[in-house]
Every structure is written in structure tokens, then in C-alpha cells.
Ligand binder design. Structure first.
Ligand code: P53
Length: 490
């Protein structure tokens, strides 16, 4: 049997997509809170009131103009403000996770719950105690927390105070936040991830509309700051508790060449370097890779560095490498007419694969490939910390009980578990598996509730209507059996 004893089976959420309670107990706002709901084909917006008092909907990464203030508009819906009410219902959810047999639960600490604007010298005690209670309860239930320190939720106050991650000062603010986390939760948490999908800034550059040389310059510069912040977090985590394991988190869609034209092979490899290896290499090897020069030169990028920066990177290498894996993509230098479109998915259609309702290629063998390639490259333990199928679910009433029959989700997960099993049999050191959105939550890409990933269904729709009650899907019992048999019964 492939899965080792002690394999960490579990699930994953992020604070901003799960908790809600966006303005409770002193929590400050982050960008997600002012981001509207969208769909697969219509984008999400951020909203504000400009200097003249006029309400504005802008692109989701737009900066706040001078004199404007972030605002919720009456004709818009903001799904992350309530999300799935994890802030009040986490106990019930942890009970359900324990019932499934979770060994680990990946969650994130809302930065603005601890530091409402990001600039405070001391943390908000209510925020600190909220997570302490949660970690304590999880441990009582035999569930190990795996904590992401930042999951797309930099406090908006830091945008206002210093313009966000483009400013080096963010490093110090982050350091103050993570030091608080490591000190407060010492002994309660042993597994930490620094920055969620740190490489998204690069892979989404086309979608976010900043693919000019200036856009690349800004992106590589802010990544440099995030690398430093992450490396410092690793060092602080180790200094505070030698038992801490601190990892990186990379979005790792597999990237394939569309044809065997050598130009396609090279293009696919270069895309992979840009989208995934660039960040992983810095965080695992502690140095910029050789091909960084090629990537920078292509857009005339010059990173501003201070003298000791490269030492900080070298001294803050991660203990393990974690990644999200949902799908694969195809890269080609040729003109193609058969393309795919979905949120954040473009390019040639892969005729060997089928696609989800949101246009993501379902590719379990791609996960095996990723695991083998990544382990061979990095030679440190891996963890799949996001995976799953976003799908429409239907609730049916049977014998007075609410049920969701989701064979499509079971099928997707089963195939991906088998892919992990094969990779482990082939020598990969895989620590664990935390499928995404183990309880339904708000989609990051589209802001929808109807794009569901969970084993646990949440009664909430895309207009904010619903009881927020939980119910078990068929996949709940499938995963319970999978965990109980350590991956033998699928
Ligand atoms: P949703 C883009 C590309 C790859 C992963 O995505 C991404 C994104 C952002 O949507 O996000 C990760 O919710 C992320 C999670 C997110 C999950 O993938 O669009 O770490 O926060 O929810 C799934 O279906």
C-alpha cells in the first residue's frame, strides 16, 4: 500500500473565502470584502466612492484613486463579507471534519483580524483569541492545523498607508504579523505556509491587464518583497520554535506543449519557468535561478535590491514545498482555433482531456507528473494543499434528510488520489493532501457560491440568500472511507 502511515489527509479553506464576519470584533477590511460577485463569464469588480461622491466599479486589482474611499454599493453583492459564516460556525465544521477523519485542516489567519489596518504596533486581542480557540479545539479533535499566513488578504490599510507590496515597508508589517502568529500559537501549530500561490502575480499578469513592461517591473519587484517577507517568516518561525515546519505554496497547473515542434517544447518550458519554477526555486533553493535574467530582460525589468537581500533569501529556504493542483494547460507557438475559456484559463484545448463546467481541464495524470517532476527538482517533502472539482450541486430531500449526490466529485477526487498513490510508489515523499473547499465556500476566481468544492454543502446562493445550514454530500462518506482505509478503499 502506497500511502505511508501518518499521511496527512484533510481539507483546506482560506479566511477570506470561508469566515465572513468581515467587520466584526475589530477586524479591518481587505480587498476581497469590497469585491463583487461575478460568474464564469462576467468579471468581479471592486467598488468605491470617488472624490466627487460618485460610486465606481473598477477592475478587481484597480488602485484606489486619490480622495476616493472603498464602499459597498447598494446595487452590488459582496459574497466574501458573509462568505459561509465560518467565523460563527467553525465548531460545527470542525466536528464534521473530525467525523470524516481529518488528520489536518489547512486554514489561513486573516491578517486584518489580527492587525486591522496592518500598521498597528500591537495585535487586536479578539482576533488573536479567535484563532487560539479554533486551534485548541482542532487539537482536541485530533486535527493538526496547517496554517497559511497570507491568503490573498493583505489589509487594505496597508494599500492606503504605503501602496501595497510594491513598497518594501510591507516586509516589516508582515514580519510583525507573522512574529505575533508564531509567538501566540507556539505549540498549537507546527505546520505553516507563508504566502498562498505566491506565483499567481506572474501567471495572472495577462488577465489582470498589466502585461506591459511597467506591469512586469511592478510584479517582479513586489515578488522580490514577498520573497524577502517569506524568507524572514521562515527564519522567525524556526527561531521561535525549532519544531516549526514552514513551507511555500505555489499554484502548479501542469503546462504542456501542444505539439512536438521544438518551438512549442521550449515555449512550454519557458512558461513553466515563469509561472511556477521562478517562485519555487527562490523559496526552495534560496537564490534566483539562471533563467531569471532571461525573464527580466524580456521586459526590461531591473529589481531594486538592498545589499543583504540575497543573504536573506539564502537563509530563509522552506522546509517543504506545497502546491495547488486543479488542471493542466497547453502552450503553443502556433495559431489555434480550438481554444478553451474559463476563469483564468486560456489557450489551446487539450483533445485528450475533458473540461469542468468552469472550463478547467481535468487531468489526474498531470498530478502524478507534477509530483514526480517537483520532487525530483526540489528533493524536499511535498504536500498537495489544494485540489478538487468546482461543480454545480443539487440538494434533494430523501427520507426527510437533505442529500447531495455528487458522483462527479468523487470520481475526480478518486482519480487524483490514485495519481498520488502512484507517485508515492515511484518514490515521491508526499506528506499530505488537503482538497480545496472541504466545506463549500466563495470562489476566488468568480465570487460564486454555485461553484462548489465541498464534502459539506452550505445552503447559500449567489444573492446572499440561504440558511447557511450544512449538510453532508455523498463525497463526505466516500472521503471518510478513503481516510479510514488510508487510501486503500476508493
Ligand atoms: P476558484 C487562479 C488560478 C489558480 C488558482 O479557485 C487560483 C486562482 C484564483 O481563482 O486560486 C486558488 O475559487 C486559490 C483559492 C481558490 C482556488 O484556487 O476560482 O488558492 O483561494 O479558491 C480555486 O474556483
Amino acid at each position: 500500500m502506497a500511502f505511508p502511515e501518518g499521511f496527512l489527509w484533510g481539507g483546506a479553506v482560506s479566511a477570506g473565502q470561508y469566515e465572513g464576519g468581515w467587520n466584526e470584533d475589530g477586524r479591518g477590511p481587505c480587498r476581497m470584502d469590497y469585491t463583487t460577485g461575478g460568474t464564469r463569464t462576467s468579471p468581479r469588480f471592486v467598488t468605491y466612492v470617488d472624490a466627487e461622491g460618485k460610486p465606481v466599479k473598477a477592475g478587481r486589482e484597480a488602485p484606489l484613486p486619490a480622495g476616493a474611499r472603498w464602499a459597498s454599493l447598494d446595487d452590488c453583492y459582496y459574497p466574501n463579507q458573509v462568505a459561509v459564516d465560518g467565523y460563527h460556525r467553525w465548531r460545527e465544521d470542525v466536528d464534521l471534519f473530525a467525523e470524516m477523519g481529518f488528520k489536518v485542516f489547512r486554514m489561513s489567519i486573516g491578517w486584518s483580524r489580527l492587525f486591522p489596518t496592518g500598521t498597528e504596533a500591537e495585535p487586536n486581542r479578539a482576533g488573536v483569541e479567535f484563532y487560539r480557540e479554533m486551534f485548541t479545539y482542532m487539537r482536541e479533535k485530533g486535527i493538526e492545523p496547517l496554517v497559511t499566513l497570507m491568503h490573498f488578504d493583505t489589509p487594505l490599510g496597508l494599500d492606503e498607508a504605503c501602496g501595497g507590496w510594491g513598497n518594501r515597508e510591507l516586509i516589516d508589517h508582515f514580519v510583525r504579523f507573522v512574529t505575533t502568529c508564531f509567538l501566540e500559537y507556539k505549540g498549537l501549530v507546527h505546520y505553516w505556509l507563508t504566502i498562498n500561490e505566491i506565483n499567481n502575480a506572474l501567471s495572472l499578469i495577462d488577465f489582470l491587464g498589466n502585461a506591459s513592461d511597467e506591469g512586469y517591473q511592478a510584479t517582479y519587484q513586489l515578488l522580490h518583497h514577498q520573497f524577502l517577507a517569506s524568507a524572514k517568516a521562515v527564519q522567525i518561525g524556526h527561531a521561535i520554535d525549532a519544531d516549526n515546519k514552514v513551507g511555500c505554496m505555489i499554484a502548479s497547473a501542469a503546462t504542456y506543449p501542444h505539439t512536438c515542434d521544438p518551438a512549442d517544447i521550449l515555449a512550454a518550458e519557458h512558461k513553466r519557468q515563469e509561472n511556477a519554477y521562478y517562485c519555487g526555486d527562490v523559496q526552495v533553493f534560496g537564490a534566483y535561478p539562471t533563467y531569471a535574467k532571461r525573464l527580466w530582460d524580456a521586459h526590461d525589468v531591473h529589481i531594486k535590491m538592498e545589499e543583504t537581500d540575497l543573504d536573506v533569501l539564502a537563509e530563509g529556504v522552506v522546509d517543504f514545498y506545497t502546491f495547488s493542483y486543479y488542471n493542466s494547460n497547453v502552450v503553443t507557438t502556433h495559431e489555434v482555433t480550438d481554444t478553451v475559456g474559463g476563469n483564468f484559463q486560456v489557450g489551446a484545448r487539450n483533445e485528450y482531456l475533458t473540461y469542468s463546467d468552469w472550463g478547467w481541464a481535468m487531468d489526474p495524470m498531470g498530478l502524478q507528473w507534477q509530483l514526480e517532476v517537483l520532487y525530483d527538482r526540489y528533493q524536499i517533502p511535498l504536500m498537495v494543499v489544494e485540489n478538487g472539482l468546482g461543480a454545480f450541486d443539487e440538494v434533494v430531500e430523501e427520507a426527510g434528510e437533505k442529500r447531495v449526490h455528487d458522483p462527479y466529485r468523487i470520481d475526480y477526487l478518486r482519480q487524483h488520489v490514485r495519481a498520488m498513490e502512484t507517485a508515492i510508489a515511484n518514490g515521491v515523499d508526499l506528506w499530505g493532501y488537503t482538497p480545496w473547499g472541504c466545506v463549500d465556500l466563495v470562489s476566488m476566481g468568480t465570487g460564486e457560491m454555485r461553484k462548489r468544492y465541498g464534502f459539506v454543502y452550505v445552503d447559500m446562493d449567489d444573492e446572499g440568500k440561504g440558511t447557511l445550514d450544512r449538510c453532508r454530500k455523498d463525497s463526505f462518506w466516500w472521503y471518510q472511507r478513503c481516510i479510514a482505509s488510508n487510501g486503500a478503499e476508493l
